[in-house]
Each structure stands twice: as C-alpha cells, then as structure tokens.
Design a protein around this ligand. Structure first.
Ligand code: HEC
Ligand code: HEC
Ligand code: HEC
Ligand code: HEC
Ligand code: HEC
Ligand code: HEC
Ligand code: HEC
Ligand code: HEC
Ligand code: HEC
Ligand code: HEC
Length: 315
C-alpha cells in the first residue's frame, strides 16, 4: 500500500468505528443519560431508538423552519404515509419535546462527523446509483460531508438543494480547476454549457478521479462526442486503449487548440509514432521528413479518431 492508500484505509477503519459508536448521539442523549440498551447499540444515528413525536408538533415551536424551509422542499414528502417528517433526519424527538426543546435530545447536524451525517442521509438515499458510492468517495475520505454541498433547509439553489449553484460550489474548493476552465480552449463550464457533474459524480464512483466512467472506457466523453465513438472498421488504437481520449486531450482546459496536450500536433503523434519504434505504434514512413509539409499530420490523416474507409485515416 502506498502511504496515501494506507491513510485512506485507516480513515475508513476510523469511520467504521465512529459509525459503530453512534447510537448515543443518535438518541440525542449523550453523557448524562443511561447507557443505550443493548438492543439498540448497533443502530445508526436517526434510526428509531427513542419515541417518535407527532409530526405536526414540531410546527408549534419551529414555525419558521416548517413553513419557509421545509414545507416547500422535496423533503415535505416525508409527511406522507407512516413516515416521520422532520424526525426522518433529526431522529425520534418525543424526549426533545417533553424537555421543552432540550437540544441534547435531538440530532443536530453541526455536531456530527461527515460519516455520521452520511449514515443518516443514506438511510433513504443509498439505493440510488447516483449516491451509492459515497462511502468510498474521495470526498468523504477527505472530510467533505453531504451538508458541505446540500442544505435541506437553506439551499441557495433549488436544484438538488445545493448550498450554491453547482459551478460555484465546486470552484469554492477546487481553485486549480477554476484556473483550468479559464484557459483559452476549454469546456464552457463557466457559461453553463456543460457542468462538472456531466463528467464527475460528486458522490464518488467505482473509477478514478470520481469520473463517471473511466477515461480509458471513454464513455464519459462519447456520450456527447458521439462521432468519435465508433466502432470503426479501422480503429486508432489509443482512442480505445490505455488512457483513451486522455492520451491526446486534457478534459478541462488547455492553452492548445482542440484541448490537445501539446501545442504542435506532430509532437503529439511522434510521442508514439517514433521513427524506429519498438512500441505498439508504427513508425512514421521515411518519406515523412519533418519538412513543413509533413508537420500538420491531421491535414492528411483527418479522421484521427478512426475511419470506416481508410487504414491510415485519410477519409
Ligand atoms: C415545545 C417547543 C418545541 C417543540 C414542540 C419542538 N422543539 Fe425543537 N427546539 C425547541 C427549542 C426551544 C430549541 C432550542 C432552540 C435554540 O437553542 O435556538 C429547539 C431546538 C431544536 C433543534 C436544534 C437546533 C439547533 O440550533 O441546532 C432541532 C434540530 C429541533 N429543535 C428539531 C425539532 C423537531 C424535529 C421537532 C418535532 C419533533 C421539534 N424540534 C419540536 C423547542 C421545541
Ligand atoms: C432531510 C433531512 C432533514 C429534515 C427532513 C429536516 N431537517 Fe432540520 N436540519 C437538517 C440539517 C442537515 C440541518 C443542518 C443545517 C443545514 O445544513 O441546513 C438542519 C438544521 C435544523 C435546525 C437548526 C437551525 C437551522 O435552521 O439551521 C432546526 C431547528 C431544524 N433543522 C429543525 C427541523 C424541523 C422543525 C424540521 C421539520 C419541519 C426539519 N428540521 C426537517 C436536516 C433535516
Ligand atoms: C427519511 C428519508 C430521508 C432522509 C433521512 C433524507 N432524505 Fe433526502 N429525500 C427524501 C425524499 C423522500 C425526497 C424527495 C423525493 C424525491 O424527490 O426523490 C428527498 C429528496 C432529496 C434531495 C433532492 C433530490 C432532487 O432530485 O431534487 C436531496 C438533494 C436530498 N434529499 C438530500 C438529502 C440529504 C443531504 C440528507 C441528509 C442531511 C437527506 N436527503 C436525508 C428522503 C430522505
Ligand atoms: C461535493 C458535493 C456533494 C456532496 C458531498 C454530496 N452531494 Fe449530492 N449532489 C451534488 C450535486 C452537484 C448534485 C447534482 C448532480 C447532477 O447535476 O446530476 C447532487 C445530487 C444529489 C441527489 C439527487 C441525485 C439523484 O438523481 O439521485 C441526491 C439525492 C443527493 N445528491 C444526496 C446526497 C447525499 C445523501 C449525500 C451524502 C451521502 C450527498 N448528496 C453528498 C453534490 C454533492
Ligand atoms: C468534460 C468532462 C469533465 C468536466 C466538465 C469536468 N471534469 Fe474534472 N476531470 C475529468 C477527467 C476525465 C479527469 C481525469 C483526468 C485524467 O485522467 O488525467 C478529471 C479530473 C479532475 C480532478 C482531479 C485532478 C485533476 O485535475 O486531474 C478534479 C479535482 C476535477 N476533475 C474537478 C472538476 C471540477 C471541479 C469540474 C467543474 C468545475 C470538473 N472537474 C469538470 C473530466 C471532466
Ligand atoms: C467542501 C469542499 C469541496 C467541495 C464543495 C467540492 N469538493 Fe471535490 N474534493 C474536495 C477535496 C478536499 C477532495 C480530495 C482532495 C483532492 O483531490 O483535491 C476532493 C476531490 C474531488 C475529486 C477527485 C480528485 C481526484 O484526484 O481523485 C473530484 C473529481 C472532485 N472533488 C470534484 C468535485 C465536484 C465536481 C464538486 C462540485 C459538485 C466538488 N468536487 C465539490 C473538496 C471539495
Ligand atoms: C456534456 C457533453 C460533453 C461531454 C461529456 C464532453 N464534451 Fe467535449 N465538448 C462539448 C461541447 C458542447 C463542446 C463545444 C464547446 C464550445 O463550443 O465551447 C466540446 C468541445 C470539446 C473539444 C474541442 C472541440 C473543438 O472544436 O475545439 C474537445 C477536444 C473535447 N470537447 C473533448 C472532450 C473529451 C476528451 C471529453 C471527455 C473527458 C469530453 N469532451 C466530454 C460537450 C461535451
Ligand atoms: C491519438 C490522439 C487522439 C485521441 C486518442 C483522441 N483524439 Fe480527439 N483529436 C485529436 C486531434 C489531433 C484532434 C484535432 C484534429 C484536427 O486538427 O483536425 C482532435 C479533435 C477532437 C475534437 C474536435 C472536433 C473534431 O472531431 O475534430 C473532439 C471533439 C475530440 N477530438 C474528441 C475526442 C474524444 C471524445 C476522444 C475519445 C473518444 C478523442 N478525441 C481521442 C487527437 C486525438
Ligand atoms: C498514445 C499513442 C499514440 C498517439 C499519441 C498517436 N497514435 Fe497513431 N497509432 C497508435 C497505435 C498503437 C496504432 C496502431 C498501430 C498498429 O496497430 O500497428 C496507431 C495507428 C496509427 C495509424 C494507422 C496506421 C498504422 O500503422 O496502423 C496512423 C495513420 C496513425 N496512427 C496516425 C497518428 C497521427 C497522425 C497521430 C497524431 C494526431 C497519432 N497517430 C497519434 C498510437 C498512437
Ligand atoms: C501530406 C500528407 C501527410 C501528412 C501531412 C502526414 N502524413 Fe502520414 N502518411 C501519408 C501517406 C501518403 C502515408 C502512406 C499511406 C499508405 O501507405 O497508403 C502515410 C502513412 C502514415 C502512417 C502509417 C505508417 C505505416 O507503416 O502504416 C503513419 C503512422 C503516419 N503516416 C503518421 C503521420 C504523422 C505522425 C504525421 C505528422 C508528423 C503524418 N503522418 C503526416 C501522408 C501524410
């Protein structure tokens, strides 16, 4: 294990232990109260370990939260059927009510760790393929919580209850990427033509860099750039192997046209097509002297992502 992986691994162990020790917080009854019943000791926070109050009783003392920050949000669906309304997140709250609003007897999110918060939210949101990898995400591993990005009560962006519009939210922590998207050639995230979440899943993925599909599997790019997808009779091998699109392009922004990794196309091609190659790529034919004529490779090899008609991608 690399030191980084080891740290991540240790973190998960720590999270696991933290989750194991949750019930005392979940019941909202820390030090003073008697130790939790044995039967409830494996409960995640927010699971029933106390007595639920009537859903409507919260309104009597928290009128503003109820009407302004809950009733008009998607979570008001929790008032339907046999669900527990506010207590779906804040846990069984009869003791809180009986105590005249005793804040030690209610789940308060600001006192929870990111893993504890996630355990509450994913009680209901685990099933979605969108959120199911959060436990192993880079975000959770680095202390980013559901509530770093979402606010059930005070979201500035009604879409997905985000604390800020998505682009500003992501840039807020990822300043290096803000700079990349300001380069002359870029995916136009800044004007909303495309979003971070078109390519990334902020809740984590099975693949590296939280990319929706591994770059090598190229699906993340070809869902929009369908013409590069093929299959072609004559494939250009690197498009579908190794780094996929990223063998030649950068995803965010570049100082080079077409988001290429290097400024001159011939340097890009000659990285692999060395004159006397031992690698997988063929050497360039000897008549390709690097006089001006042969520098602009894609003037002749136009169908660089693959062709159905020509093995050297002229058409
Ligand atoms: C009898 C009045 C009363 C009722 C009923 C009541 N609360 Fe409270 N609640 C309070 C008071 C008082 C506080 C402390 C407020 C403060 O310190 O700002 C409080 C605090 C809270 C907090 C913590 C706020 C914070 O600042 O972190 C939460 C969460 C909460 N209540 C949720 C609920 C829920 C959910 C219900 C319904 C089951 C409910 N309350 C019912 C009076 C009540
Ligand atoms: C989907 C989960 C969820 C539901 C449902 C929910 N809350 Fe909250 N509540 C939170 C979170 C998370 C916070 C922490 C602040 C934030 O991120 O918005 C919070 C904060 C609070 C606070 C602290 C003060 C504040 O506004 O930040 C109070 C009081 C509160 N909730 C009361 C309620 C009441 C009353 C209801 C029902 C009307 C309710 N909550 C329903 C998740 C929830
Ligand atoms: C008791 C179940 C429950 C819990 C716990 C819960 N949610 Fe939800 N959540 C729902 C329901 C039900 C909806 C509305 C149904 C829907 O739109 O899919 C919803 C909707 C949402 C949405 C909006 C989805 C959309 O498509 O616009 C977000 C974001 C969300 N929840 C985040 C959270 C976060 C963050 C937490 C933890 C603080 C949380 N939820 C806790 C049940 C829950
Ligand atoms: C780093 C920021 C970030 C974190 C952390 C985060 N989310 Fe999200 N979430 C988003 C964004 C952005 C979207 C909108 C995605 C899109 O546009 O497709 C979203 C969408 C959602 C949706 C709606 C997606 C769907 O269609 O199913 C739910 C539900 C949700 N988040 C819940 C959660 C829960 C629960 C957690 C914690 C376990 C969490 N989120 C953590 C940023 C985040
Ligand atoms: C067009 C698709 C696409 C968009 C849009 C996109 N990314 Fe990426 N991003 C990628 C790919 C692919 C990688 C992996 C790069 C690699 O494998 O070298 C990546 C890598 C990253 C990384 C890892 C560090 C790095 O730069 O390699 C971060 C952080 C990141 N993206 C954040 C963001 C943020 C924040 C946004 C929105 C402002 C965003 N990305 C928008 C495709 C995209
Ligand atoms: C609260 C701060 C915060 C917010 C908000 C945030 N991130 Fe992150 N993100 C981090 C941290 C910390 C890491 C782990 C360290 C790193 O790789 O930069 C990370 C990691 C990532 C990675 C993986 C990088 C890698 O090298 O594997 C991607 C991709 C990413 N974030 C995208 C996003 C996107 C997209 C959004 C907006 C929906 C977002 N982040 C919002 C803090 C944040
Ligand atoms: C959500 C759709 C979408 C996804 C996903 C996407 N792109 Fe794009 N891409 C676009 C759009 C739209 C443009 C045109 C941008 C403009 O005109 O500003 C573009 C432009 C480009 C260009 C520059 C084209 C030119 O004419 O200069 C390249 C290269 C590119 N994308 C590569 C990629 C790669 C590599 C990926 C995967 C990491 C990817 N794209 C993922 C939508 C997408
Ligand atoms: C072997 C290197 C290489 C690979 C791999 C590659 N590209 Fe390209 N791509 C190029 C070059 C070179 C250009 C510029 C062509 C030109 O100048 O006419 C280009 C141009 C583009 C353009 C601009 C429009 C066009 O078709 O000319 C898009 C969009 C694009 N690539 C997307 C992708 C996607 C998506 C993938 C992965 C499926 C990918 N590329 C893989 C080399 C590559
Ligand atoms: C990441 C390495 C890589 C890059 C960069 C690259 N290629 Fe290739 N290319 C290959 C491989 C591997 C093959 C398959 C060779 C084989 O099957 O014999 C190939 C095949 C070809 C072929 C088909 C003829 C043949 O020998 O099979 C042509 C023409 C070609 N490349 C031109 C280019 C041009 C022009 C560029 C620059 C725009 C480029 N390549 C960039 C790796 C690369
Ligand atoms: C003026 C047009 C032209 C330009 C510009 C050009 N080529 Fe070619 N290329 C050709 C011709 C013609 C062939 C031979 C086609 C055949 O054998 O049918 C060829 C063949 C190839 C082959 C296949 C070799 C093999 O053994 O099958 C590769 C690889 C290649 N070129 C790479 C490049 C690279 C890299 C560049 C830029 C540095 C480039 N070409 C620029 C015309 C060009």
């Amino acid at each position: 294990m690399t030191p980084h992986r080891l740290r991540v691994f240790c973190f998960f162990i720590a999270c696991f232990l933290a989750v194991q020790s949750l019930p005392s917080r979940a019941s909202g009854a820390p030090q003073e109260s008697p130790p939790p019943q044995k039967s409830s000791s494996s409960l995640a926070p927010g699971q029933a370990s106390g007595v639920y109050a009537d859903n409507d009783v919260c309104k009597t003392c928290h009128e503003e939260v109820w009407t302004k920050h809950f009733f008009n949000t998607p979570h008001s669906a929790l008032l339907k059927g046999n669900q527990h309304g506010c207590q779906g997140c804040h846990g069984p709250a009869q003791a809180h009510v009986d105590g005249g609003g005793d804040i030690t007897k209610i789940i308060r999110f600001e006192t929870l760790s990111p893993a504890q918060t996630a355990a509450i939210c994913t009680k209901c949101h685990q099933a979605s393929p969108e959120t199911q990898n959060f436990a192993k995400s880079e975000h959770l591993a680095n202390g980013v919580s559901c509530t770093s990005c979402h606010s059930p009560h005070k979201s500035a962006d009604v879409n997905f209850l985000l604390v800020k519009s998505q682009t500003e939210l992501c840039y807020g922590c990822h300043t290096a990427q803000r700079a990349e998207f300001a380069r002359p050639y870029r995916h136009r995230v800044d004007v909303g033509l495309i979003q971070c979440s078109d390519c990334h899943n902020p809740h984590g993925t099975q693949t590296g860099h939280q990319v929706r599909a591994a770059a090598g599997q190229f699906a993340v790019c070809t869902k929009c750039h369908t013409d590069t997808m093929g299959p072609f009779v004559f494939e250009h091998a690197p498009v579908k192997t190794d780094e996929g699109c990223m063998s030649c392009h950068t995803p965010h922004g570049s100082t080079n046209p077409r988001l290429l990794q290097v400024n001159n196309v011939n340097f890009l091609c000659l990285r692999c097509h060395t004159p006397n190659t031992n690698g997988a790529a063929s050497g360039v034919p000897s008549f390709h002297n690097q006089a001006t004529k042969y520098q602009a490779c894609t003037l002749c090899h136009t169908q660089i992502h693959g062709s159905n008609f020509d093995p050297v991608f002229f058409r």
